[in-house]
Ligand binder design. Structure first.
Ligand SMILES: *[C@@H]1O[C@H](CO)[C@@H](O)[C@H](O)[C@H]1NC(C)=O
Ligand SMILES: *[C@@H]1O[C@H](CO)[C@@H](O)[C@H](O)[C@H]1NC(C)=O
Ligand SMILES: *[C@@H]1O[C@H](CO)[C@@H](O)[C@H](O)[C@H]1NC(C)=O
Ligand SMILES: *[C@@H]1O[C@H](CO)[C@@H](O)[C@H](O)[C@H]1NC(C)=O
Ligand SMILES: *[C@@H]1O[C@H](CO)[C@@H](O)[C@H](O)[C@H]1NC(C)=O
Ligand SMILES: *[C@@H]1O[C@H](CO)[C@@H](O)[C@H](O)[C@H]1NC(C)=O
Ligand SMILES: *[C@@H]1O[C@H](CO)[C@@H](O)[C@H](O)[C@H]1NC(C)=O
Ligand SMILES: *[C@@H]1O[C@H](CO)[C@@H](O)[C@H](O)[C@H]1NC(C)=O
Ligand SMILES: *[C@@H]1O[C@H](CO)[C@@H](O)[C@H](O)[C@H]1NC(C)=O
Ligand SMILES: *[C@@H]1O[C@H](CO)[C@@H](O)[C@H](O)[C@H]1NC(C)=O
Ligand SMILES: *[C@@H]1O[C@H](CO)[C@@H](O)[C@H](O)[C@H]1NC(C)=O
Ligand SMILES: *[C@@H]1O[C@H](CO)[C@@H](O)[C@H](O)[C@H]1NC(C)=O
Length: 429
């Protein structure tokens, strides 16, 4: 071969390697997952997803590529290509497969179709466009999933019963990574992770922005975990209109680190204990190094009291516990509360909460290394810890907390909690 041609080919291969970086290597720093993540062997073949173009549905093309490359291959969405998903896509049969999304995937905004055909979940009446599950699945590639949320948020204005799909649903996945992907304008939550274990999210960029200032991108939570264990969420940027991350019932061994959240409701445990007869557990959660801007809360824990159902003042009464939760390193930037812990969630009348203490215990909670300035909203207060009774709410500690309000105060509201060891400047109950 001519040396010039050889050099040309070599440069070509190098460029290809740069464009298609392959599966990213994920590192866990500074904190490590609760349990080591399982290794994922390299894949041996690739299958390109065909694009029909012109907004025509590609879900069958995606399924065919996945079936061809399942058990050891990589399915590729080519760069510079727009794919359309207009049919609910069940991908819970996956095993040892990579999904390399370099192009853009758009979901149709056919509200009538999705209302009838999205995957439905009993939990809070949620639904999704597609679901990924199985064993050992890696999704990456630098591409974009676009949920086209605007018409959904708009429809919600006139009909509160509209069931808006979650953009990215991981259901029943054992081992996997979702890395280096952009998620835009989800109709509802961006991510749900349910019935899963040993899954890592790394380097995601999510943004939900309404083009109409009178329409809010409602319920666009970054992540919600449910019935899942050993999950890592890290190194991501989220611009949204609800919880940045929320730990729902039976979330255990969860590490969240190095996030930039803007416009959210904070990093939240709950709400839990809403339903009488149900047992909710959130245990072993570490939240580390978070920049929280323009949010209602930084660190948040919300639990319902023991009020029996049917009563005029709402619901609650569920049991279970919230235990060993660490928020370490949070930079507060124009957030309403730096810390908001309540065991009286959903009840406006404090005497109701005194009368019916929560059946969910909150204990072993640590908030440490918080700095920054809140918004003026609750000035002079910057934090609130409202328990229903010290018997079911104890071992709560705040340390190295230098957050102040814009006028420089650091007062806190502390109710039914031992404030002598709490570490806040409790000036009111
Ligand atoms: C779910 O939908 C059912 C039936 O529409 C309704 O009764 C129930 O209140 C809903 N639950 C939640 C949590 O929204
Ligand atoms: C609101 O949306 C629900 C769910 O799609 C539907 O059943 C109901 O008919 C809609 N109501 C109106 C007034 O459009
Ligand atoms: C998860 O598993 C539970 C219990 O097996 C099941 O009831 C539920 O439908 C599954 N899916 C989700 C999304 O929770
Ligand atoms: C913005 O939303 C409001 C409320 O739904 C609606 O009345 C208005 O027409 C919308 N504006 C545009 C430009 O779509
Ligand atoms: C944060 O959100 C606000 C309001 O949506 C927006 O103006 C601002 O650009 C966002 N900041 C970043 C860094 O994304
Ligand atoms: C959570 O786990 C407890 C204890 O195993 C169980 O009783 C409860 O049903 C689970 N809750 C959910 C929502 O899966
Ligand atoms: C907070 O929101 C305002 C607009 O409401 C925006 O100008 C600012 O950039 C946001 N702060 C950050 C750090 O993104
Ligand atoms: C809360 O727990 C106590 C003791 O276990 C029980 O007597 C009470 O009925 C429970 N309350 C509710 C609302 O479930
Ligand atoms: C709070 O609830 C109690 C009943 O438990 C009632 O007597 C009282 O009037 C209520 N207070 C307010 C302000 O609603
Ligand atoms: C206190 O927290 C700040 C960040 O908020 C951190 O820079 C500093 O090192 C911490 N101090 C100690 C003694 O840990
Ligand atoms: C508590 O807040 C008050 C009012 O802002 C302030 O005067 C006092 O120094 C604070 N105490 C501590 C221990 O920070
Ligand atoms: C604890 O609360 C009481 C009553 O609200 C208050 O007088 C006291 O200063 C508080 N102690 C601390 C350490 O905040």
């Amino acid at each position: 071969m001519h040396p010039k041609l050889l050099a040309f080919l070599a440069i070509g291969c190098l460029l290809l390697a740069l464009v298609d970086a392959g599966r990213p290597k994920i590192t866990y720093a500074p904190r490590k997952p609760f349990k080591p993540m399982k290794p994922s062997p390299p894949r041996k073949k690739t299958c390109d997803v065909k694009a029909n173009g012109y907004g025509r549905d590609d879900s069958q093309n995606i399924l065919s590529a996945l079936k061809k490359c399942n058990n050891g291959g990589t399915v590729v969405f080519k760069p510079g290509t727009v794919y359309t998903i207009g049919k609910a896509l069940d991908m819970t049969f996956l095993k040892s497969v990579d999904i390399d999304i370099q192009g853009t995937i758009k979901f149709t905004d056919d509200i009538v179709y999705w209302e009838g055909n999205s995957f439905k979940y009993a939990f809070q009446n949620q639904s999704s466009f597609f679901q990924i599950g199985g064993k050992d699945v890696n999704v990456y590639g630098g591409g974009t999933l676009d949920g086209q949320g605007q018409p959904w948020w708009q429809a919600l204005q006139t009909n509160a019963s509209i069931v808006r799909p979650i953009l990215f649903a991981v259901i029943g996945l054992e081992g996997g990574t979702i890395a280096d992907i952009n998620l835009v304008n989800s109709p509802n939550w961006f991510n749900i992770i349910a019935n899963s274990s040993d899954v890592t999210y790394d380097g995601l960029h999510m943004t939900a922005v309404s083009t109409n200032s009178s329409i809010f991108p409602s319920n666009t939570d970054g992540w919600d975990t449910l019935r899942s264990t050993n999950i890592v969420i890290q190194n991501s940027h989220i611009n949204n209109g609800d919880d940045c991350v929320a730990f729902k019932p039976n979330s255990t061994d969860i590490l969240v680190q190095n996030l930039y959240c803007n416009g959210s409701h904070g990093i939240s445990v709950g709400s839990l204990g809403q339903y009488l007869g149900e047992v909710d557990i959130v245990e072993n959660v570490e939240v580390y190094n978070i920049h929280m801007s323009n949010a209602s809360d930084g660190a948040r824990i919300k639990v319902w009291p023991g009020s029996p159902p049917g009563a005029a003042f709402g619901t609650g009464g569920g049991s279970g516990y919230v235990k060993n939760i660490v928020y370490n390193g949070m930079h507060i930037d124009n957030d309403q509360w730096a810390i908001e812990l309540t065991q009286c969630y959903g009840v406006s009348n404090a005497s109701i909460c005194d009368q019916y203490p929560s059946n969910m215990t909150i204990s072993e909670i640590q908030f440490t290394n918080f700095d920054g300035v809140t918004s003026k909203t609750h000035e002079p207060d910057v934090a609130t810890v409202v328990c229903s009774s010290p018997d079911v709410c104890f071992d709560i500690h705040v340390s190295n907390f230098s957050v102040v309000s814009p006028e420089g105060t650091n007062d806190a509201v502390c109710t039914n909690v031992d404030n002598s060891t709490l570490g806040l400047n409790c000036t009111s109950g």
